[in-house]
Design a protein. Structure first.
Length: 341
C-alpha cells in the first residue's frame, strides 16, 4: 500500500503517515496509541473530595435526592458538586437507587390567564416536624396561572377558624382573587344538601360570598393538581428544611415558611410576562377582616347570617355590627342567650 492510499484510508496527510510509520518502526505498535491513554483526567475530582461528599450525604442527607443534596452541600458546606456527579457517587455508594415509575398522564386543565385570578387551596396533614413535635396541617395557597406559592400557614387542624385566619392574611398580602379552588371539605362546602339554615353554605363559604369570591370544588385530586404537586414537593423538601433549622413548633415554622417560601420551591414558577396581574384591592383589608370577624363570631354564637344583599350602606353597617361582636366573643360563648344583632 502506498503512502497516498494509507492517507486516504486513515484520513491523514501523507506527511503524518510517514511520521506514524517512522514511530512504528522505531518503538513498535504501542508507540502509535494516544499518549493520554491510561492517565487521569485533568478535570478529575480529587478522591478525597468524593469521600467527604459521600460521608456528608450519608450522615446528614441520607433521604435527600441528588439535586437537593447537591444544593445543601454547596450552601451549608461550601462543597460544589454537580447533581449528576453526586447522583453517580450516591448510586455507587448504594445511597440512591434510580427507579422508573409508571405514571398515569391526565389531560391538564388550561391555566388561568391572570396572575392572582384563581388560587388553589388545600390543607396537607403530615408529620411536618417528624418525631420532634405533633402532627399538624399545612394550608397551601398556590396561584393557578403561574404556580407561585402565595401563602403557607401551619395549623393544628383544618377548621373554620383556621381558614378565616389564613384568608385574612392572604387578603392583607395579595388582595382579593376571583375564585378559590379546593376539595369538598366541609369548611368550604355543605356536606348535607338542603340544609334548613345557612342558605346551603357553611360559615366560610358565606364569608367568601359576601366578599364576592367564588369557591370551586374539585371532584378529583387531578382537578387541583397544582396544589397537590406542591404538597408532594413540600412534604419532601420543607420537612427536611425544618429538620435542618431545628424547628418543632407552629410559630417558628410559620415564621420560617414566610421567610423562605421561594427557597423551599427551588424550581422557578412560570413567568408573569404576558399575563395580567389580577389583585383587586378595591375592598379594604379592614372591610374584609370585618366580614371574617362577623362570620367567625356567628359560628361561635350559632346564629345564621342573612343572605348577601346589595347596597353599600346596609353592607357597611351589617359588617360593622358583626365585627363589633368579635370583641365580646369570650363573653358570648359563656352566655347561651347572647346574639349578634
Amino acid at each position: 500500500m502506498t503512502a497516498s492510499n494509507a492517507a486516504n484510508v486513515l484520513g491523514l496527510s501523507r506527511r503524518q503517515v510517514h511520521r506514524r510509520l517512522k514511530t512504528f518502526q522505531s518503538d513498535g505498535p504501542a508507540a502509535i496509541r494516544h499518549k493520554a491513554r491510561g492517565r487521569a483526567l485533568n478535570n478529575r475530582i480529587d478522591p478525597a473530595v468524593r469521600e467527604v461528599a459521600v460521608t456528608l450525604v450519608r450522615e446528614n442527607y441520607i433521604d435527600f435526592g441528588p439535586t437537593f443534596a447537591a444544593e445543601k452541600l454547596h450552601e451549608d458546606h461550601g462543597l460544589k458538586v454537580s447533581r449528576e456527579t453526586l447522583r453517580k457517587w450516591m448510586q455507587d455508594a448504594g445511597i440512591w437507587l434510580s427507579r422508573k415509575q409508571r405514571r398515569t398522564f391526565h389531560q391538564p386543565r388550561l391555566r388561568r390567564e391572570c396572575f392572582g385570578e384563581l388560587i388553589q387551596i388545600d390543607g396537607s396533614d403530615h408529620h411536618w416536624f417528624e418525631d420532634r413535635g405533633p402532627s399538624c396541617t399545612l394550608l397551601v395557597f398556590i396561584d393557578d396561572a403561574t404556580s407561585t406559592l402565595m401563602h403557607l400557614e401551619f395549623l393544628m387542624s383544618e377548621s373554620t377558624f383556621s381558614y378565616f385566619g389564613a384568608l385574612e392574611d392572604y387578603l392583607h398580602e395579595h388582595g382579593r382573587p376571583v375564585a378559590f379552588c379546593s376539595d369538598k371539605h366541609t369548611v368550604l362546602r355543605a356536606a348535607q344538601q338542603g340544609a334548613k339554615c345557612g342558605h346551603g353554605m357553611p360559615q366560610f363559604g358565606r364569608a367568601l360570598n359576601e366578599l364576592n369570591i367564588e369557591i370551586l370544588c374539585a371532584n378529583s385530586s387531578q382537578a387541583k393538581g397544582r396544589v397537590e404537586r406542591a404538597n408532594r414537593t413540600l412534604q419532601d423538601r420543607l420537612v427536611k428544611e425544618l429538620r435542618l433549622a431545628g424547628i418543632s413548633d407552629l410559630k417558628a415554622a410559620n415564621a420560617f415558611s414566610r421567610a423562605s417560601r421561594s427557597v423551599t420551591m427551588r424550581s422557578s414558577p412560570r413567568p408573569h410576562a404576558g399575563r395580567i396581574i389580577f389583585t383587586e384591592r378595591s375592598m379594604s383589608s379592614r372591610t374584609a377582616y370585618g366580614i371574617s370577624c362577623a362570620n367567625a363570631t356567628s359560628a361561635i354564637l350559632g346564629s345564621s347570617l342573612p343572605s348577601p344583599t346589595t347596597g353599600a350602606a346596609s353592607f357597611s353597617s351589617r359588617t360593622t355590627s358583626r365585627a363589633r361582636c368579635l370583641a365580646s366573643v369570650s363573653t358570648a360563648t359563656s352566655s347561651p342567650t347572647a346574639s349578634c344583632g
